[in-house]
Design a protein around this ligand. Sequence first.
Ligand code: HEC
Ligand code: HEC
Length: 87
Amino acid sequence: MKLSKRDIILIVLGVVIVAVLWAAPPQTTSRVPFDETHERFYDIARSEGKKAAEVFCADCHNQEMMPLPQDHPPPFRCLFCHKLERK
Ligand code: HEC
Ligand code: HEC
């Protein structure tokens, strides 16, 4: 069997994708602290879902009170990136 150029490209692409996934760093985004401030969101997230809990984040984490870091990605779904602490 002779490999066509296309086959080789597909194989190389496959190897690259596996390598990238393999090398991906473990998740480093800070978790939502489990403290007095955030405890109630754990209950809301559990009973009503993450979307219901996220509504409240911007009450404090906003430009006036607690600006997010300069290079923060678009903060639409907080809990999608900031996981809850494992308990
Ligand atoms: C009542 C105000 C308030 C609300 C509402 C709030 N936070 Fe916070 N958040 C704080 C304060 C104060 C801190 C820093 C002290 C601490 O860790 O509690 C903080 C810290 C954080 C941190 C940083 C932890 C670290 O490692 O530095 C993350 C992430 C975070 N909050 C996410 C969230 C998310 C997601 C929500 C919505 C579910 C939320 N917060 C709602 C006040 C709030
Ligand atoms: C697309 C992913 C993503 C989303 C969505 C997102 N963040 Fe972040 N956030 C990050 C990253 C990455 C950092 C910088 C690394 C770190 O500190 O975790 C960060 C940092 C923070 C910090 C500073 C943490 C620290 O240790 O100083 C706070 C507070 C925070 N985010 C709150 C929020 C809140 C509140 C929302 C929703 C309104 C939100 N984030 C949505 C990815 C995200």
